[in-house]
Design a protein around this ligand. Structure first.
Ligand code: MN
Ligand code: MN
Length: 291
């Protein structure tokens, strides 16, 4: 990892740390989800980075990929278990972090995911197998009597790629991948009192450019050039686009130009907590990026 990559990654992380300080006071019963999402995204810009993906606000059994639409009227409710997942990048160098906020009585679920991420980070250094991290995460979560969500993973971060190899599973796998010095990785245990799997539940507000191929219609061409110039390969929200009729978006998805990220929800309706941090793999330890 060169000096520029290091400096920009660390700065993106500093910005997320700063943004995250406001979350507890913003995520309160009665506050609108869209206000929190826009606050986060604007604050990231104000502090000198760009959002690496839309602010994800996943509540209760939703685990990931929910972001409110522009006209979304939903508010936080008493009892909610709220996951806020935020990302910032500077010239493509990404930091990724998530916290859970308790508007009910979910402190054990939240403690389990937070402890799991820090236990895993304690074991990070060059040469460690990701399977070992998975085992640490699983053991921590089971120690609380809960289950990890098995089909959501941590991941590497590369310039303009928010989900790069290696996948870091939240349970012990047969074999993993050896961490290498200089890798930027995000570890993100998801913990549930349900069965431990998520599936798509239909709603979708987040997309990314998958395969930019020539399109004939001028309106579609304009839309695609807006996307590729502003977001490249990073996920974006429908509400970020100046003009994006539903019919265009679905056409581009059908043609394989855009990838969609539908909301992922725990299949049995279990509650889900999440905690995530980005670190840089060093020879003998992990260098914190987002804490
Ligand atoms: Mn994240
Ligand atoms: Mn992540």
């Amino acid at each position: 990892m060169d000096d520029e990559a290091l400096e920009k990654t660390l700065k993106a992380g500093e910005i997320l740390k700063e943004v995250s300080k406001y979350l507890e006071e913003k995520v309160v019963v009665g506050a609108k989800l869209i206000e929190v999402a826009e606050f986060v995204e604007n604050k990231i810009v104000e502090l000198g980075a760009l959002p690496a993906f839309p602010c994800n606000i996943s509540i209760n059994s939703d685990a990931a990929h929910f972001t409110p639409a522009k006209n979304d009227e939903r508010v936080f409710k008493k009892g909610d278990l709220v996951k806020i997942d935020i990302g910032a990048h500077i010239d493509g160098y990404i930091a990724d972090m998530a916290i859970s906020i308790d508007l009910g009585d979910h402190s054990e679920l939240i403690k389990a995911s937070k402890e799991a991420v820090f236990n895993a980070i304690d074991a990070v250094k060059a040469g460690v197998d990701t399977a070992k991290l998975g085992k640490i995460i699983e053991d921590t979560i089971k120690g609380y009597g809960f289950k990890p969500v098995v089909n959501l993973t941590g991941h590497g971060l590369l310039p303009y790629i928010a989900h790069a190899p290696p996948s870091i599973y939240n349970y012990a796998t047969q074999r993993g991948v050896e961490l290498e010095e200089g890798m930027v990785i995000a570890i993100e245990p998801f913990v549930t009192d349900g069965v431990g799997r998520v599936s798509e539940r239909g709603e979708c507000e987040i997309y990314s450019l998958l395969n930019p191929k020539p399109v004939r219609l001028k309106l579609l061409r304009d839309l695609l050039s807006e996307i590729s110039e502003k977001y490249r390969t990073l996920p974006f929200a429908k509400r970020w686009l100046t003009k994006a009729p539903e019919i265009f978006i679905s056409k581009l998805v059908r043609e394989g130009v855009l990838r969609e990220y539908p909301v992922l929800s725990e299949v049995s309706g279990g509650l889900v907590s999440q905690w995530e941090h980005t670190v840089i793999v060093e020879k003998d330890s992990a260098r914190p990026v987002t804490f």
